[in-house]
Design a protein around this ligand. Structure first.
Ligand code: GLN
Length: 486
């Protein structure tokens, strides 16, 4: 059962030559064959290519590769990140048959670290959604209860790690798309600070909010992955030339004296009492470990969802203009270019993507720009200032990741507002450009579904989040539990 190992355990066993990367990769492929019919995390995967990479890793293990942090580790990829010669579809019909001609920077970095990069993981179309129901290729199911959604938009990435189909995966987070599915599937999900990880080769949804980050089975693995992914990239002008710390060094289990803020605005109606109980239990546990928890205020919280749906849709409407039937994927012929564009976009985009493009075009149109877009940008600054002020007093902030555990497939799909509200705790982090991590902190009773604890940190404060997450994990067993389908 090598597919059930963490990255650090597999690396230790590979180093001792007890197992090979080929065996570990084969174990993941076998698991996919066994259970992915029920989960549907993978849109596709290239078995031969994965095994060839694994064999190359096994050879490197005997030569110069032994020190590489991910040597021989199978890592799954969300369908929004470019992998050379593999499909890049964003779970959209409009990118039908599009094959990426190049590797994203994160893909290059994973390869340089020795990883076996494989699979296209299902997602909400163009990363717009919270349930993976907006994929043009079917819903991914939650491994804890297959009548439920895995979260989104990186639902495939979360479900695949939770169901032991790969050891880790990459997702992208624009308003919660790593942390929310990580919470609902019971894994660790990390959204790095804006600028920490290069976005080169990530298909843009909302460029000022998007970040790539890892899904892992524990905090140590998240530290390993973040160390590999981080760093300045001249090909992404928004990546920041900030040195990359040794994230694993922060994992000393000692959080004595750390100050944690609990925002009073996050005690809102609509939070499932079981979620509240689990999060309060986690906060108590962190106090027992020596952290000091104090109440803080983030006064502009109530405007976050509205602000996000103006900024994100505005940027999306501009970014998605490139899918015109000429350059990529699908083309529906028309009598003239305008007809071709509109027929291609009409046939290629799903309902949620169209809704966002229309909203975004509206808020940017003359006459409404000042009233909506400009004002949203101002509120965004206030939200960021709330956080920076809070971080003068605390080292990190603790909140629930989501108001409820995983909901049923179909439960919210007819009500976009209800769906948007499920991101209420994750969205501010992207607007503020800070970092956030979700880790398992308990379960609901009947049915048994994972609950996530969110840690928010200052810009480039990922080490602090990982330190807290690791200390918490050392004193709890939540992250070790396995779903029904695994
Ligand atoms: N659920 C949010 C949305 O629908 C966030 C998505 C994301 O982070 N990509 O936009």
């Amino acid at each position: 059962m090598l597919n059930t190992l963490t990255i650090s355990d597999l690396r230790a066993r590979l180093a001792k030559r007890e197992v090979s990367s080929r065996e570990a990769t084969q174990a993941c492929l076998d698991q996919i064959r066994r259970i992915d019919g029920q989960i549907r995390a993978f849109l596709s995967y290239d078995e031969r290519d994965a095994l060839a990479q694994a064999e190359a890793a096994d050879e490197a293990l005997g030569s110069d590769g032994a020190g590489k942090p991910l040597l021989g580790v199978p890592v799954g990829m969300k369908d929004v990140i470019a992998v050379r010669n593999q499909p890049l579809g964003c779970s959209s019909k409009i990118l039908d048959k599009f094959i990426s001609p190049y590797d994203a920077t994160v893909t290059e970095k994973l390869r340089a670290a020795g990883a076996v990069v494989f699979g296209r993981l299902n997602m909400d179309e163009f990363a717009m959604g919270s349930s993976t129901e907006n994929s043009a290729f079917g819903v991914t199911r939650n491994p804890w209860d297959t009548s439920r959604i895995p979260g989104g938009s990186s639902g495939g990435s979360a479900a695949a790690v939770a169901a032991d189909e790969c050891l880790a995966s990459l997702g992208s987070d624009t308003g919660g798309s790593i942390r929310q599915p990580a919470a609902l599937c019971g894994c660790v999900g990390l959204k790095p600070t804006y600028g920490r990880v290069s976005r080169y080769g990530l298909v843009a949804f909302a460029s000022s909010l998007d970040q790539i980050g890892p899904f892992t089975k524990d905090a140590r693995d998240a530290a390993i992955m973040l160390g590999v992914l981080s760093g300045h990239d001249p090909r992404d002008s928004t990546s920041v030339p900030e040195p990359v710390p040794d994230y694993a060094a922060a994992l000393d289990g000692n959080i004595k004296g750390l100050k944690l803020g609990f925002p009073k605005e996050y005690f809102i109606g609509g939070v499932d009492p079981q979620v509240t109980r689990a999060v309060q239990g986690a906060v108590k546990q962190l106090e027992d470990l020596g952290a000091e928890v104090i109440e803080i205020s983030l006064p502009h919280t109530e405007y976050a969802v509205a602000t996000y749906y103006i900024v994100a849709t505005a940027e999306a409407s501009a970014n998605l203009a490139r899918f015109d039937g000429i350059r990529y994927g699908l083309r529906v012929e028309g009598v003239d270019p305008t007809d071709l564009y509109s027929k291609t976009r009409g046939a290629g985009f799903g309902a949620e993507v169209k809704r966002r493009i229309i909203l975004g075009t509206y808020v940017l149109s003359s006459g409404y720009y000042d009233a909506y877009y400009l004002r949203a940008q101002k509120v965004r600054t206030l939200i960021r200032q709330d956080f920076l002020k809070a971080f003068e007093k605390v080292d990190a902030i603790v909140t629930p990741t989501t108001p409820t555990a995983a909901f049923k497939v179909g439960e919210k799909s007819d009500d976009p507002m209800q769906m948007y509200l499920s991101d209420i705790f994750t969205i501010s982090c992207n607007l503020a450009g800070i970092c956030g991590l979700s880790l398992p902190c308990g379960f609901t009773d009947h049915p048994k579904l994972p609950i996530g604890l969110q840690l928010l940190g200052q810009p480039f404060g990922e080490s602090t989040l990982l330190k807290i997450a690791y200390a918490y994990e050392q004193s709890t067993e939540w992250h070790r539990q396995k779903p029904v389908v695994a």
